[in-house]
Design a protein around this ligand. Structure first.
Ligand code: SF4
Ligand code: SF4
Length: 317
């Protein structure tokens, strides 16, 4: 696995990172040891960059995996809250539960248009934490091309974690859908400004997994991206990626996605109901929190709901 420097942070990461969300309670809810084994396997195979978040509740998996490996991971975590005290609590929680003196990268999680200024308290804490050495680099994660572009001009911002895939699935601009070209330009602007850049959702939340190599070929062709974060939910997922990366994957190979299911990411859902109108199987209902949820026994995994969701809260996994 090739390594690369993340912008000017001095942090060296693998070209492919592991998104840890799939193993945790928000998605596959694997037993801790089983999820930890996937993380440990990825680390042993040369993937040293791991993305998580306070919201994902995956620290137990990571700490168990890292405890039993001689290799050193680079950890990225993030927090959804905008105020100083909540961010402070999130960083302390990560340090304590991951058993680390410092967290390599800490981000404002999922920054939307106009959101960065509203979260200035959290940002203030992050800059202090970096000055004190308990965080090495700070930045944002975002689905928005306009936010990505905005961060190019924020001096204190070290890294930007943006959504991009060849189909443009999930890219936002302002309050509406964005275009892949806008995001390409925005990430390039960040890179030119010296920010470390890494990307998420190369498979559009699982909806492009059927075109596995096309999806990866696109995102790895983008010279403005330092590292590509991929969500792994099994050892086989890691092996598929390693085979692709080795250049030995047969050109007609696509992973078997027949056993995958659709999931609505509760932290992203805004309860607008658009997916329900798109679902002819009537498989989606409002749960007790007023958010959309799928009745798996009625779902045909057709993906119509995912395409209709304005915030890409619906993923296949
Ligand atoms: S369309 Fe998306 S945001 Fe709206 S209710 Fe469905 S999952 Fe939630
Ligand atoms: S994948 Fe198809 S059947 Fe399943 S919930 Fe979405 S629209 Fe309905």
């Amino acid at each position: 696995m090739k390594n690369t420097l993340l912008g000017k942070t001095g942090i060296e990461v693998s070209r492919v990172g592991m998104g840890v969300l799939p193993v945790g309670p928000n998605q596959l809810a694997l037993p801790v040891e089983e999820g930890a084994e996937i993380i440990r396997y990825a680390l042993e195979k040369g993937i040293n960059f791991f993305d998580t978040a306070q919201y994902y509740r995956t620290y137990p998996y990571m700490s168990r995996a890292f405890r039993s490996s001689a290799k050193e991971p680079v950890i990225c975590s993030k927090c959804l809250y905008g105020d100083y005290d909540s961010m402070k609590k999130a960083v302390e929680e990560a340090r304590r539960n991951l058993n680390r003196d410092y967290i390599d990268i800490f981000l404002l999680h999922e920054v939307r248009s106009g959101d960065f200024k509203l979260r200035e308290g959290a940002w203030e804490y992050l800059t202090e934490a970096r000055d004190r050495g308990i965080v090495r680099a700070i930045g944002v994660s975002t689905h928005n091309s306009d936010v990505t572009e905005e961060m190019a001009d924020v001096r204190e911002c070290d890294v930007v974690f943006s959504l991009i895939n060849y189909a443009g699935l999930g890219i936002r601009k302002g309050d509406g859908p964005g275009h892949v070209q806008d995001m390409e330009k925005a990430i390039a602007k960040c890179r030119a400004a010296g920010k470390g850049t890494f990307s998420m959702k190369a498979f559009g939340g699982g909806n492009l997994t059927g075109e596995y190599q096309k999806a990866l070929n696109y995102v790895f062709s983008l010279k403005q991206i330092d590292s590509v974060m991929i969500g792994f939910g099994s050892i086989a997922d890691v092996d598929d990626l390693l085979l692709y990366e080795s250049g030995k994957m047969p050109s007609d190979y696509n992973p078997d996605v027949s056993k995958k299911k659709m999931i609505i990411e509760q932290s992203d859902c805004e309860g607008c109901g658009t997916c329900m109108k798109a679902c002819q199987s009537r498989a989606i209902f409002y749960n007790e929190r007023g958010l959309a949820q799928i009745r798996q026994e009625l779902c045909l995994t057709c993906g119509y709901c995912a395409a209709a969701c304005p915030v890409r809260a619906i993923i296949m996994y």
